[in-house]
Ligand binder design. Structure first.
Ligand code: AMP
Ligand code: TRP
Length: 322
């Protein structure tokens, strides 16, 4: 099964990235799986060059510490495989501004930037290029990427219709629980690297004291009942889903063991700390030799380019490029 997924180096990874994405990636890793740090996508944010580089290095280490094994799957950096930007241009000549300006992520982010940059609008076309270059069948992602996946399929279908069968149509896959980890302070919006407040997002490598503090201060409600109900109790339900995703029980089973928010919160903080501590240690070790991380990435880029190059040439030829 050909698998592709990516993450932007727009900041350190948070619990939503881990539960919504990385754990699925590890579950389905194989020689047919490609995982990419999408640094070109991160350029759509206001981000200093040295910060972008450091965050890219950090994410390589984070992915491997989370269990991705470069001996099993391919891990690489998007900008090191030039076909991504090249295919993106071809697909920009297929996608329309109407379909791009309907994207929820674009609508939210463009409101925050006055005179938004063009890359913010074309972002999902580059994402479609990422996916289509690998003849991807499955894209394991969090719930927030569904719409981008639909667009990828639409663009691929339009291309195939107009220029002949070129791309395979991918499907997105989401985990059963924690596909959308919510902001701890505003539990009706997703936990986001770029938008959530410091107390709203829990980084994978926050200190135990910070994890305890953020979970203790997580917004709940004041009816005092531990019950799984996203409509009436989003804050508590978010904590229950996070717990369930880490313990393997259903959110309802977790809820049935607690009568007080305080106990649920302190057990949850302990569970998060216990799960992430060994990953943190491994990530710190990996960051001691960045050269090794970049050797892995270079090898990954070679493997990726071999696959992507063939698909790119097929698409370019189909469009009439010589
Ligand atoms: P990003 O950090 O936006 O590059 O996202 C990387 C991966 O993490 C994607 O598969 C997202 O769908 C996933 N993801 C991001 N935020 C969340 C969240 N709050 N809950 C679950 N998955 C998420
Ligand atoms: N847009 C994705 C996000 O913000 C990141 C991404 C870029 C991606 N290219 C991808 C995810 C290809 C899956 C497949 O989370």
């Amino acid at each position: 099964m050909r698998v592709f997924s990516g993450i932007q180096p727009s900041g350190p990874a948070h619990l939503g990235n881990y539960l919504g994405a990385f754990r699925q990636w590890v579950d389905v890793q194989s020689p047919d799986a490609f995982y990419c740090v999408v640094d070109l996508h991160a350029l759509t944010l206001e981000i200093a060059p040295d910060v972008l580089r450091a965050q890219t290095t950090d994410l390589l280490a984070t992915l491997m510490a989370s269990g991705l094994d470069p001996e099993i799957c391919t891990i690489f950096i998007q900008s090191q495989v030039p076909y991504h930007a090249q295919l993106s241009w071809l697909l920009e000549c297929v996608a329309t501004s109407g379909e791009l300006s309907r994207m929820t992520a674009f609508k939210e982010k463009s409101q925050r930037q006055e005179g938004y940059r063009v890359g913010l609008l074309t972002y999902p076309v580059l994402m479609a290029a990422d996916i289509l270059l690998y003849e991807t069948e499955e894209v394991p992602v969090g719930d927030d990427q569904r719409q981008h996946l639909e667009l990828t399929r639409d663009v691929a279908e339009k291309f195939n219709h107009r220029f002949g069968e070129t791309f395979r149509l991918p499907v997105g896959t989401q985990p059963k629980v924690a596909a959308r980890v919510m902001d701890l302070q505003e539990p009706t919006r997703k936990m986001s690297k770029s938008i959530s407040s410091p107390l709203g997002k829990l980084y994978m490598f926050d200190s135990p004291a910070d994890i305890e503090k953020k979970i203790a201060k997580a917004v709940t409600d004041n009816d005092g009942e531990v019950r799984f109900d996203w409509i009436k109790k989003p804050g508590v339900s978010n904590l229950l889903e996070i717990y369930s995703s880490l313990s393997g029980e259903t959110p309802q089973q977790v809820a049935s063991r607690y009568t007080r928010y305080g106990e649920l919160k302190s057990d949850l903080a302990e569970l998060i700390i216990k799960t992430l501590a060994p990953l943190k240690q491994r990530r710190d070790e990996l960051l001691e030799s960045p050269e090794d991380l970049y050797r892995v990435a270079a090898r990954g880029a070679d493997k990726a380019a071999a696959v992507a190059g063939a698909v790119y040439r097929r698409a370019a030829t189909a469009m009439g490029l010589t």
